[in-house]
Design a protein around this ligand. Structure first.
Ligand SMILES: Cc1ncc(COP(=O)(O)O)c(C=O)c1O
Length: 485
C-alpha cells in the first residue's frame, strides 16, 4: 500500500472530502434507482443469478470507488427490493424512516461496539436511557427491570428462552444450567406457544439442547389466537404425564395475521403452572405508540419478558431489536467476565459493559436509531404512523369482506390482512407470482390448508385509494389467470 493512499477517515481535508464525495455519489446512485410505483424490477431468479455471476468479485487491481460504484449501480441496485415502495407488502419488513438513514450513517461512521464502555462510551449511555424509556413504555418498573438491544426478534426470543430455562431450573430444581448444562430431566422440559407462533421458538429450543420436541404448539381459535381452554387442557395433561412446563410464549402480533394472544389469560396459566411468560411482541410492540389502538396488544407488563422489534412496525432499518425483562436478574445468564473486556474492578467504578447482558460480543449501536427517531417524531408523530397503518388494515379488510370474489377470514388486530380469491389455490399462487414480476409484492401463506395472500401494511405512505387499487389489481390478475391469459 502506498503511503499516501486514503484508507480510513482522518482529520485531513483530503480524507474528509473523499468520504463526502463517496457518500454523495452513493446517495445519487440510490436515488437514480428510486421508483415508488414498483417495488421490484421483476427479473426472474435465474436471469439475476446469471447477471451476478458475471461480476469479478475480487479483481487483482482494484477498480477504484467510482468504477466499483458504477458497476454496483448498474448490476445490483436496479434489482434491489425497494422497501419504501407502496407496492411492497409481503413481510414484516418495513421501509425506513428518513431520519433513521441518517442514524445509520452516524452508527457506521463511528463504528462503536456495545460490548464494553471503552468501545462505546456515549452509545452505551444512550442504550441505557433508551432501555429505561422502553421499560416505562411497556409498564415495567425501571428500578427492577432491565433490557438489552439485540440483532432481531429471533435473538430476543432466544435470549428470553435461555433466561426462562435457566431461571426455572434454578428455582424448581436448584440446578445451575450455566455451569452444569441441562439438568438430567431436560427431555421433559416443555415450552408452550401458539401453533402459528414464529419458528424462532423451535430454533431456540434446538439451540438450547432441548430439541423441537420441547415446543408444544397450542391450537388457535378462528381469529388466530391461542385457544385458552385447550391450552389449559394441554398443560394439565402434560403435567399429569410428568412433563415439565417451564415457559409459555404469548405472540403479540402473529407473523401472518397480526393476531394477539390473550396475555392476561396466559399470565394466569403461567402462574398456575409455575412458568415464565414471554411476550413475543416482535410485531405488535409498535402498537404501544398508538393512541387509538394501543389496547389491542393487551397489558404487556404482565409478561416476564418482552421482545420488541424496531425493524418492523417502528420502521427502523435492520437490525434493531430489544429484549426487556421484568426482573433484571434474568439477564444474569449472559454475564461472564473476560480479562480483556469487562473487568469487574472497572464495573465497580461505574463503567457499564453491556456485554454482560448480551449473547453478542461485538454489537452495533442500534439504540442511537431509536433515540433519533423518538426525538424526531415524539409520541404523537409515532402515534400518527401506527394509527394510520392499523386503520389501513381495517379499510382493506372491509373492502375485501364486501367483495364476493374474496374470502378474508381473520379481522385484523394490527396491520396485516390475509385473504384469498375464491377461485382457488392455483389462481392465488399464480396471481402472486405474476404481480411479483410486475413489481407488486404480496405475501403468501396457508390457512386451514388453503393458499392465502397476505398484505402486511407497514408503509405509512400507503393510503385507502392505494389499497382500493390493489384490490382491483388482484381481481384483474385473477381474472386473467382464470381465463388462461
Ligand atoms: C412474531 C415474530 N417473532 C419473531 C420474529 C423474528 O424476528 P427477526 O426476523 O427480527 O429475527 C418474527 C419475524 O417476522 C415474527 O414475526
Amino acid at each position: 500500500m502506498e503511503h499516501a493512499e486514503t484508507t480510513v477517515l482522518t482529520a485531513s481535508k483530503e480524507s474528509r472530502e473523499r468520504a463526502e464525495r463517496e457518500l454523495s455519489a452513493a446517495w445519487r446512485a440510490v436515488m437514480a434507482s428510486y421508483s415508488d410505483e414498483s417495488a421490484f424490477s421483476g427479473i426472474d431468479p435465474v436471469a439475476l443469478r446469471e447477471e451476478m455471476s458475471g461480476i469479478n468479485v475480487l479483481p487483482d487491481e482494484g477498480l477504484g470507488y467510482d468504477q466499483a460504484l458504477s458497476l454496483i449501480s448498474k448490476e445490483v441496485l436496479p434489482h434491489m427490493l425497494r422497501t419504501w415502495s407502496t407496492s411492497y407488502m409481503p413481510h414484516l419488513h418495513s421501509p425506513a424512516l428518513t431520519e433513521s438513514l441518517a442514524a445509520e450513517l452516524i452508527i457506521s461512521t463511528y463504528n462503536n461496539s456495545m460490548d464494553s464502555w471503552d468501545q462505546s462510551p456515549a452509545a452505551t449511555e444512550v442504550e441505557l436511557i433508551v432501555v429505561r424509556k422502553l421499560l416505562e413504555l411497556f409498564g415495567y418498573d425501571p428500578a427492577k427491570a432491565d433490557g438489552v438491544f439485540t440483532s432481531g426478534g429471533s435473538q430476543s426470543n432466544l435470549s428470553a428462552i435461555v433466561a426462562a430455562r435457566d431461571a426455572w431450573c434454578m428455582r424448581k430444581l436448584g440446578w445451575d444450567v450455566k455451569k452444569k448444562g441441562n439438568p438430567g430431566c431436560y427431555k421433559r422440559l416443555r415450552l408452550y406457544t401458539s401453533e402459528i407462533s414464529h419458528f424462532s421458538m423451535e430454533k431456540s429450543c434446538h439451540m438450547l439442547g432441548l430439541g423441537y420436541d420441547a415446543v408444544v404448539k397450542l391450537p388457535v381459535d378462528s381469529q388466530a389466537r391461542i385457544d385458552i381452554g385447550r391450552a389449559r387442557q394441554q398443560l394439565e395433561a402434560d403435567r399429569q404425564a410428568g412433563l415439565l412446563p417451564f415457559c409459555i410464549v404469548a405472540t403479540v402480533g402473529t407473523t401472518d395475521f397480526g393476531s394477539v394472544d390473550d396475555i392476561a389469560a396466559l399470565r394466569d396459566l403461567a402462574d398456575e403452572y409455575g412458568c415464565h411468560l414471554h411476550a413475543d411482541a416482535a410485531y405488535g410492540s409498535g402498537a404501544i405508540m398508538s393512541r387509538a389502538y394501543r389496547d389491542r396488544i393487551g397489558d404487556l407488563s404482565l409478561a416476564d419478558s418482552i421482545t420488541v422489534d424496531f425493524h418492523k412496525m417502528f420502521l427502523l432499518p435492520i437490525s434493531c431489536s430489544a429484549i426487556l425483562v421484568k426482573d433484571a436478574s434474568l439477564l444474569g445468564c449472559f454475564e461472564l467476565h473476560a480479562d480483556y473486556l469487562n473487568r469487574e474492578e472497572d464495573e465497580e467504578d461505574g463503567y457499564v459493559n453491556l456485554v454482560g447482558k448480551s449473547m453478542q460480543t461485538t454489537r452495533r449501536a442500534d439504540a442511537i436509531k431509536v433515540l433519533l427517531s423518538f426525538l424526531t417524531r415524539g409520541r404523537d408523530g409515532y402515534a400518527r404512523i401506527i394509527d394510520h397503518v392499523i386503520s389501513n388494515a381495517g379499510h382493506l379488510y372491509a373492502v375485501l369482506s364486501a367483495d364476493d370474489s374474496f374470502i378474508c377470514p381473520v379481522k385484523p388486530t394490527l396491520s396485516s390482512v390475509v385473504f384469498a380469491l375464491k377461485a382457488g389455490d392455483e389462481v392465488n399462487k399464480a396471481v402472486r407470482r405474476r404481480l411479483l414480476a410486475k413489481g407488486t409484492v404480496l405475501g403468501q401463506t396457508v390457512m386451514d390448508g388453503r393458499v392465502m395472500l397476505k398484505a402486511t401494511l407497514l408503509n405509512p405512505a400507503l393510503d385507502e385509494a392505494g389499497l382500493d387499487r390493489l384490490v382491483a389489481l388482484v381481481k384483474a390478475e385473477g381474472d386473467l389467470v382464470t381465463k388462461g391469459r
